[in-house]
Design a protein. Structure first.
Length: 304
């Protein structure tokens, strides 16, 4: 299957400091391709979204990035390291949060983080300050002595994120971190991820909640049946797909108009005409079709 336009050409990344680079990634099981010839470039300090239906290849891609799955073909670099040739270096620079909880219910919250601090062979004398900082970051400082199984789902998700940050990785790979969370917990998670980006982390994230990704991500990649269909900012993907844009105009007094335009130049001409006609324009906004609409326009419901 191919997209109606050539939307799948990943940015070349020339002159850009890349945190993740994927070239021709393929993973197959017999005749089944989980991922086929995938190219991605993720700049450092970005929040990059990977979206697609179940079975699109998102989790497979994440497992390869995390050095937990060997690709059939292709080349991958995470912070300059190859997950196949140097998995230890990748695991030192990448924090992976899978789509399963991965928490140990018979431990206290602080013991859980201590376990992983030990697994990463961090100096024991650094553990108290490290754990204090992580719990403060994910807003679990008041739950330090609580048993993990007493936490709500949202708290467990935040604890899993703290675990992924124990070794201060450059890159975070998060597979459906908002799954099952209530609206408040999703907002808190989104704010935390933006905070991590502002701290210099690179975040590669998948989610079925596309409105959440649209607010966070500078770029997204849309996959289906193991193939990359589109990559870029939601706006650039929409521009390549073509089609009319709808501009919402609100006038003083409350009157609302909608105008259909085909390009930014037509938007500029429309605004100039409205002002020249003396209309009291107080709002002039393009009504975005949104990432969900783009997803439906690009994908065709193909299954493996």
């Amino acid at each position: 299957m191919t997209a109606p336009h050539d939307l799948s050409a990943a940015p070349a990344g020339e002159g850009v400091d890349l945190a993740v680079q994927v070239e021709g990634l393929t993973k197959r099981y017999g005749d089944l391709f989980a991922v086929r010839d995938l190219d991605l470039s993720v700049p450092r300090g970005a929040i990059f979204g990977l979206i697609g239906p179940n079975g699109a290849g998102k989790s497979t891609t994440f497992l390869v990035l995390a050095s937990l799955l060997t690709p059939t073909a292709g080349r991958v670099r995470v912070a300059g390291h190859d997950p196949v040739e140097d998995p230890r270096a990748v695991r030192a620079t990448l924090g992976y949060m899978p789509d399963v909880m991965g928490v140990y219910d018979n431990l206290r919250v602080d013991e859980y983080l201590e376990f992983f601090a030990g697994a990463y062979r961090l100096p024991r004398n650094s553990w108290p300050g490290l754990i204090d900082g992580l719990l403060e970051l994910v807003d679990l400082a008041g739950k330090r002595r609580a048993m993990v199984d007493s936490l709500s789902r949202g708290m467990k998700q935040r604890l899993s994120l703290a675990r992924a940050l124990v070794h201060d990785p450059e890159v975070l790979v998060l597979d459906e971190p908002a799954s099952g969370l209530d609206p408040r917990a999703r907002v808190e998670l989104r704010e935390l991820l933006v905070q991590l980006r502002d701290m210099g982390k690179t975040v590669v994230i998948s989610s079925h909640i596309l409105a959440e990704l649209e607010e966070m991500c500078s770029e997204v990649a849309i996959l289906e049946a193991g193939r990359l269909l589109a990559v870029g900012s939601p706006r650039s993907i929409g521009d390549q797909l073509g089609g009319a844009r709808v501009v919402r105009v609100r006038l003083a007094g409350g009157e609302v108009q909608e105008h259909t335009v085909g390009s930014e130049e037509e938007q500029q001409a429309l605004l100039a005409r409205l002002v020249a006609d003396g209309l009291p324009v107080v709002e002039f906004t393009e009504t975005s079709s949104g990432l969900e609409d783009l997803f439906l326009r690009v994908t065709k419901g193909v299954v493996q």
